[in-house]
Ligand binder design. Structure first.
Ligand code: ATP
Ligand code: ASP
Ligand code: MG
Length: 329
């Protein structure tokens, strides 16, 4: 994370901050429309693939008592957490629907996905990473009794099938964006690295280094983070994963999940997370109603940003959400 910021600071002046629609020139509008077509195609393609694989499509929520703590995550950079009182209770805007996913998959919808708007008020200095916006959408999915391997196969199928279809159906758009020849169909299965092995090789800059070095998408596993990702207390290893795209970076995070009460409680307390915001998931775990699941979330603006070869992912947004900048729309 530090690396990305350091490298980005060196290239600050090279990254143009995406403008709102009313400030775009004619040629910029043409480019915007082209990226919009890639977004539409990608949304239709991926949602169809999930529906065809038996996943239920849930609609998102915006306000809940329980949302992603986004802590502890060495990459997190949240400037402000939005809380508001309604009907005498404090609710938070959705940072991610991780808690909703775990409960919904356990109780009623074994395989589910959501196009989930996430609000994360990233620090203004992240305006120039090109990878951060303060409102974005995850294609967030979860499957009961799934393993890490199952999720990897599912995601590799989805990505390879999407790229094959895009190259067939969106030639004009990809050519306009100069991506027709640079996007290659990845070799399967994607390589899997352990974070510790990358840290030993590249140091703290491993995310940037592996993204630059690889010519195919790669998985990285065993990344310490929030309480809901599965951690083997005996080995100290985390059963979780990130997907990195070549010459780009992270587009997906996911994990096999914790479901046992004692472990969840211990981790929440260890991490100094406010237990009272996670009462329901703790109660369900205690009653044995929380099931083992696995899943992940694909950042749609990041994925389409990579496909389209944008400098800044806010280029994929009709109404840019660049950290530090609030436009009228
Ligand atoms: P990063 O380390 O790159 O800041 P993260 O690891 O903190 O991101 P996650 O909590 O893993 O982010 O979020 C899941 C996915 O949502 C990410 O893999 C990414 O695709 C997307 N995402 C996260 N934060 C942002 C953001 N600020 N803007 C756009 N997409 C994001
Ligand atoms: N979507 C992520 C997951 O499934 C959680 C997050 O948003 O960080 O693990
Ligand atoms: Mg992540």
């Amino acid at each position: 994370m530090k690396t990305k910021q350091t490298l980005t600071q060196q290239t600050v002046s090279l990254i143009e901050i995406p403008k709102p629609l009313d400030k775009l020139s004619e040629s910029e509008i043409k480019r915007k429309a082209c990226i919009g077509k890639i977004m539409t195609y990608t949304l239709r393609n991926l949602t169809s693939q999930f529906v065809d694989s038996g996943f239920e499509w849930l609609l998102p929520v915006a306000l809940s008592q329980s949302t992603d703590p986004l802590w502890p995550d060495p990459g997190a950079s949240i400037e402000k957490r939005i809380e508001v009182d309604i009907y005498g209770k404090t609710v938070r805007t959705t940072a991610s629907m991780i808690i909703h996913k775990l409960i919904a998959s356990s109780l009623a919808y074994p395989k589910l996905f959501i196009l989930s708007p996430n609000i994360r008020i990233e620090k203004a200095e992240r305006a120039t990473t090109g990878k951060h916006i303060y409102e974005f959408t995850q294609l967030d999915f979860e499957a009961r009794d799934a393993s890490t391997k199952d999720v990897m196969i599912l995601v590799e199928d989805a990505v390879c099938s999407l790229l094959t279809s895009l190259k067939r159906d969106m030639k004009d758009e990809l050519t306009f964006l100069c991506r027709c020849d640079t996007i290659k169909l990845p070799k399967r299965p994607f390589k899997v690295y352990d974070r510790q092995e990358l840290e030993a090789k590249y140091g703290a800059d491993w995310e940037e280094a592996i993204s630059q070095e690889t010519s195919d998408p790669v998985w990285v596993t065993n990344i310490p983070r929030e309480f809901y990702d599965f951690e083997d207390f005996k080995t100290g290893k985390w059963d979780n994963y990130d997907l990195f795209m070549p010459q780009y970076g992270e587009v997906l995070s996911g994990a096999k999940r914790e479901w046992e009460y004692e472990k969840i409680l211990q981790k929440i307390e260890r991490d100094n997370v406010d237990k009272s915001n996670y009462a329901l998931i703790l109660k369900l775990a205690k009653e044995g109603k929380l099931k083992p699941t696995a899943g992940g979330g694909i950042g749609m603006e990041r994925l389409v940003g990579w496909i389209s070869g944008v400098e800044h992912i806010a280029e994929t947004q009709p109404f840019p959400r660049v950290p530090g900048t609030v436009n009228e729309l």
